[in-house]
Design a protein around this ligand. Sequence first.
Ligand SMILES: Cc1cc2nc3c(=O)[nH]c(=O)nc-3n(C[C@H](O)[C@H](O)[C@H](O)COP(=O)(O)O)c2cc1C
Length: 356
Amino acid sequence: MSFNTFGRVFRFTTWGESHGPALGAVVDGCPPGLSLSEADIQPFLDARRPGTSRFTTQRQEPDAVRILSGVFEGRTTGTPISLMIENVDQRSKDYSEVAKAYRPGHADYAYDKKYGFRDYRGGGRSSARETAARVAAGAVARLAIPEVTLIAYVAELGGDCIDPARFDAAEIARNPFFCPDPEAAKRWEAKVDAARKAGSSLGAVVECVATGVPAGWGAPLYAKLDSELAAACMSINAVKGVEIGDGFAAARLSGERNADPMRPGANGDPEFLANHAGGIAGGISTGQPVVVRVAFKPTSSILTPVETITRQGDASEIITKGRHDPCVGIRGTPVVEAMVALVLADQKLLHRAQCG
Ligand SMILES: Cc1cc2nc3c(=O)[nH]c(=O)nc-3n(C[C@H](O)[C@H](O)[C@H](O)COP(=O)(O)O)c2cc1C
C-alpha cells in the first residue's frame, strides 16, 4: 500500500494503525521559520479526541502529540516535521469476531481481497484512528495560511438540518455536536441517544467555510481547487459525498438563479452578490468564502445484527460490539477542517511557485 501521502509542495504522509503502539504524520515542504510547538497542535487533537461526551466512542485516548523533528528553537527548519501520537487504550479482544467474519460497511472484505492478509484489530490501517494524524498535520498547515479563517460544523444530523437563521458560530464549541444552532443541538441529543439505544447509528453533513482565501489559489483542469478539496475530503473515512458551494442543488437552479453577479467593489476588487459557486471558478479561488459540504454515512458498527459471510464464505450474522461513534460525522468535523487547511496550504505554496 503506497498511497499514504497527500499534497504536492506542502506534503504529508501518515503512518500507524488503530491498535499499534503509536501513529503519526510526517509533514514535508513546510516553510521554514514558522513558530511551532505541541501547544499549536494539541487543541485541534482535543477537538477530535474520542471519549469526550456520551455522543462519541468511549475509547479513552489522550491523543497527546510529540514533535520529533523539523523544529529548532521553537521554529520550523524547513525539514520534515515528524508528529507522533501514542495509542494507549486498545482493546483487541473486542475484535475477535472481526477476525472470523466481515463487517459490512467496513474495509474488512476489500482489504482481505486486495492484500490477502489484514490487521483486524480495530480495523488496522482502515480505522479512523488515522485521522488523528491528519488533524495534527492540519494544525501545522494552518500556520502556513494565517490569512485564512476556517470554520467547520455539523449542518445536518440524521436528516435533521440546522436553521441558517439561528446560525451562531460561538455555539459550535458549546455543544458536543459542533452544531451552530442551539435548538438543533438539543434535538440531536435525543436523536443520537435514541439511535444508540436502538443499536443503530446516524449519518451527518459537515460544512466547512474558509474565509480570507485570496483570488488566485488553485489551478485549471487537473488540479482544480474543487477537485483537490473533493479528493482530500473523500479520503476521510466514511465520507460518501462532497459538494462545493451549492453542489448538487445547483443542478436544480436556472442559469440566472445560479449566477454569482458581480459589481465594482472597494479597492478595484469585485463585489459578489451571491456565492453559489462556493468561492471557486475555473478551479481557481475568486476571493469569496470557499464552501465545502461533506456527507458522512451512518456508522457501520452497530449492535443490530447484519447478514454477512465468514472468511471461508459461509453465511453468518454479525453484531459489532466494542466502542463506536454513534454518528461518525461529529468527530469527522475537525478532520474536514484539517483536510481543507492542508489543501489550502499546498495551493498557496503552489500558486507562489508559479506566479510569485
Ligand atoms: C472520526 C471518525 C470516527 C469513526 N469511528 C467509527 C466507529 O467508531 N465505528 C465505525 O464503524 N466506523 C467509524 N468510522 C468510519 C470507518 O472508519 C469507515 O467507515 C471504515 O473504515 C470503512 O471505510 P469507508 O466508510 O470510507 O468505506 C469513523 C470515521 C471517522 C471519520
